[in-house]
Design a binder for this molecule. Structure first.
Ligand code: MG
Ligand code: ZN
Length: 234
């Protein structure tokens, strides 16, 4: 006998995600959900993003990890509020975890909320947290074949960051093939080659992000739809 447990869990998650989305819209906070494998450089990318945008926007971070508060400590040491969620074994964040983390923050004092999801290319894709955009980070050392193996995350992402781009010459990474496969899975998501270490490419990424933050602040973007197909991208 087989019982499908995923349907009620996902339905409950969607309901709480809608409540989160409403709170974010009311406070004018743009919420980014960052998805990647362990070691893709999510935390370094977040620090580079903070450095590029901190003069213009008030930023806070929610760190999702199975255990430890190492990443949240790094963010706090950078002078930015950070809340650590320990999932205690779960391999993704859910909307009720985000709600409890958000309860500890003052949303009226935040323009950009970055959620670093648990390092995993599979199930975080299926869990709406109430964010405006899911953005996926792949790092060059992971290889250009990842979109073949994990198509859903590439199809779902609103932008794809190709991190550790400064190591391109060291690895057998075919950027043209990578871009080709990604564009077949997702015709609209831009690809941002970037190095959180050297700073190369950070400007293009943060310009894309700033446009979305502005749209939410201006109240012009319907929550959860900013940047998706159908909005006027130029
Ligand atoms: Mg991290
Ligand atoms: Zn999971």
């Amino acid at each position: 006998m087989r019982v499908d447990v995923s349907a009620p869990i996902l339905a409950r998650n969607e309901r709480l995600a809608a409540e989160n989305r409403q709170r974010f819209a009311e406070a004018g906070v743009f919420v980014l959900d960052l998805l990647a494998s362990p070691g893709a450089g999510k935390t370094s990318m977040i620090l580079a993003t903070i450095d590029a945008l901190r003069d213009r926007y008030r930023i806070a971070v929610i760190e999702g990890d199975i255990a430890s508060s190492v990443d949240a400590e790094k963010i706090k040491a950078h002078g930015v509020p950070a809340v650590q969620i320990n999932t205690g074994g779960a391999c993704h964040l859910e909307s009720d975890m985000i709600r409890r983390a958000v309860d500890t923050l003052d949303l009226d004092e935040i323009d950009l909320l970055i959620i670093e999801n648990v390092g995993n290319l599979v199930c975080p894709t299926d869990f709406d947290l109430g964010e405006h955009a899911k953005v996926m980070i792949l790092s060059v050392p992971e290889g250009h074949d990842k979109p073949y193996k994990y198509p859903n995350i590439f199809a779902r992402a609103e932008a794809v960051i190709l991190n550790k781009y400064d190591t391109l010459s060291v690895f057998d990474f075919d950027e043209a093939e990578f871009r080709e496969v990604v564009s077949r899975l997702n015709a609209v998501a831009p690809v941002f080659p970037l190095s959180a270490t050297t700073g190369e490419g950070v400007d293009a990424w943060t310009a894309w992000l700033a446009e979305r933050i502005e749209a939410v602040r201006a109240g012009s973007g319907p929550a959860g739809l900013v940047g998706q197909e159908g909005t006027d991208e130029t």
